[in-house]
Design a protein around this ligand. Structure first.
Ligand code: SF4
Length: 310
């Protein structure tokens, strides 16, 4: 992966919690030869760009391009590689596969960042919207936090009007990958507010990152702000086991303790599900939190008092 960062991110890189997610100048470049695919996505890429791992869902990688390259990325092995960009033939093959597999009712556009390649995503969505077996659309993005000014562009405005049109008929979710409250600048919040004008549901995804957001206070602040801005916290991930990025991995017991405190203190719609995406492609597992005393079998409430299960 080539290191890449936007001028906007450089302008807020005074925050170490932002800078350390990227190469903001001080870090050694990563070496490309260690990265692997612990989620086994490549094994399930049934046609170029479409990963069919779970029966009713398909992941479509629109490209491997992003505005900036995150150093902890699960797909760090691919990010920045021009070969990932879907061609007209690739899109036709994806559409054919989806017609042949009407059990796929939920498609997730990712990559790379589908909003960064807005024209290509528009072209793909034009073809997907006429497949009636698709009942739910999702797009994962980090662009509001990496290049918020892009949301003023004609290409993104056109894409948003198409999303709005689809969302009149079918649920459309935008999954914002946000790791730290310092990413929620005024400009980023303006871009997020622009998404809210459309008929989409905004969800957030966060990865636990050592030295960046592995504290209760940081994540409590992040989720409180997201809650206030109409973004529903969805998943809080343990960092995937990609070789070469393990220094970002937080101890699981520490994560469980933080996730337990978040669940005990935030409103029910303001805390995410803490998840581990099991290595070797076995899927996402919600991690049991510390609300049960395993020795006594009693439940612990948010004031730390124990109760019998009756
Ligand atoms: S924006 Fe997303 S896909 Fe792109 S490098 Fe960052 S985490 Fe990976």
């Amino acid at each position: 992966m080539k290191e890449k960062i936007t001028p906007y991110l450089r302008s807020i890189a005074g925050s170490a919690s932002v800078a350390n997610q990227y190469n903001a100048g001080g870090s050694e470049p990563f070496s490309d030869d260690t990265y692997n695919d612990p989620l086994h996505e490549d094994d399930h890429e049934v046609v170029k760009g479409l990963v069919h791992k779970y029966s009713n869902r398909a992941l479509i990688k629109v490209s491997y391009q992003c505005a900036a390259h995150c150093r902890f990325c699960t797909r760090i092995r691919q990010i920045g590689n021009a070969e990932g960009t879907l061609t007209d033939d690739n899109i036709n093959n994806i559409v054919t596969y989806l017609h042949q597999h009407p059990e796929i009712d939920d498609v997730i556009l990712s990559g790379g960042d589908p909003f960064y390649t807005a024209k290509l995503t528009y072209q793909l969505l034009q073809q997907l919207k006429v497949i009636h077996s698709i009942k739910v659309f999702r797009i994962g993005t980090r662009l509001p936090l990496q290049l918020p000014e892009a949301f003023q562009s004609d290409a993104i405005q056109l894409l948003l009007s198409l999303i709005d049109e689809i969302a009149k008929q079918r649920p459309f979710y935008i999954l914002l990958h946000i790791n730290h409250p310092d990413e929620l600048t005024e400009q980023a919040l303006e871009a997020i507010a622009m998404l809210r004008i459309h008929r989409v549901t905004l969800l957030s995804q966060t990865v636990f990152l050592k030295g960046i957001n592995d504290s209760f206070e940081t994540l409590h602040q992040l989720y409180t702000q997201l809650h206030h801005k109409g973004v529903i916290p969805y998943y809080l991930y343990h960092c995937d086991a990609v070789k070469g990025i393990q220094h970002f991995t937080v101890d699981i017991e520490k994560e469980k303790e933080i996730a337990t405190q978040l669940t005990a203190t935030l409103s029910g719609i303001a805390y995410p599900t803490y998840i581990i995406d099991i290595e070797d492609g076995h899927g996402k597992i919600p991690v049991p939190l510390n609300f049960i005393n395993e020795a006594s079998g009693k439940l612990t409430d948010f004031r730390n008092k124990e109760h019998e299960i009756k």
